[in-house]
Design a protein around this ligand. Structure first.
Ligand SMILES: [Mg+2]
Length: 231
């Protein structure tokens, strides 16, 4: 256990810092960035909510079912076109979505003890209202191509395998990373990180990756991250 852990409240307050800030600036925690997936981890799956809202079950397919993201997005875009639906309809659904119960509190505490970046395969046009509800954490995601009439015509990835490259880039400037997510597309960043976790993942992914600790409750998840930060 690091020394700072044993400092009492009086000693901490003498420094004129909050406890969290004291801990952050007096330990190696500063060397870590925690990289989190968004959908399924902090907020519900947007496309599943959209499937429920529209009553079109084919929209339920997510990266948890289809590992090939390009194939999945092309399927979604073709289905939207076929059904005459566009960005406006999806944003109307998103405006009704709240973060998963406990997600905001989890993020607030995690961000008080270290740096956090959300690495998501969602799109800027979807993420905005959800980021407001999470207190505007940092998020790196992708962009949709939208025609003036609101039709979604395509999507633009910043780079392929972006979550993996983001953790590698953070490591290249001297950070260790902790990564966590629920889907196939999170495994590369999890495996490339100093520590990685599955959160509310599928039975199959958990079974196929027995070496990655898996959690379903924020309290246990946060404790696991804290254990890495304090190790
Ligand atoms: Mg996810």
């Amino acid at each position: 256990m690091n020394d700072w852990y044993n400092h009492n409240e009086t000693e901490k307050s003498k420094n004129g810092l909050t406890e969290a800030a004291y801990d952050l600036f007096n330990t190696g925690v500063y060397m870590y960035v925690t990289c989190l997936d968004l959908e399924g981890v902090l907020v519900p799956e947007i496309w599943i909510a959209f499937a429920e809202e529209t009553g079109i079950p084919e929209f339920r397919r997510t990266t948890r079912d289809e590992p090939d993201y390009d194939k999945l997005m092309k399927f979604r875009i073709a289905l939207l076109k076929e059904k005459g639906l566009g960005l406006k309809e999806i944003q109307a659904t998103i405006s009704k979505i709240d973060p998963l119960p406990g997600a905001k509190e989890f993020m607030d505490e995690l961000r008080s003890i270290g740096q956090v970046i959300i690495l998501s395969d969602t799109f800027t046009q979807f993420a905005g209202p959800l980021m407001k509800k999470l207190g505007y954490p940092t998020i790196f995601c992708n962009t949709l191509e939208v025609a003036p009439n609101g039709e979604i015509t395509g999507y633009k990835l910043r780079q392929s395998n972006g979550k993996f490259h983001a953790v590698k880039a953070l490591q290249s400037i001297g950070f260790d990373t902790i990564a966590a997510g629920d889907s196939f597309n999170d495994l590369a960043m999890i495996k490339a990180s100093k520590a990685g976790f599955l959160f509310r993942s599928t039975e199959k992914i958990i079974k196929d990756n027995p070496d990655i600790p898996a959690f379903t409750e924020y309290k246990d998840f946060l404790n696991a991250i804290k254990n890495v930060l304090n190790s």
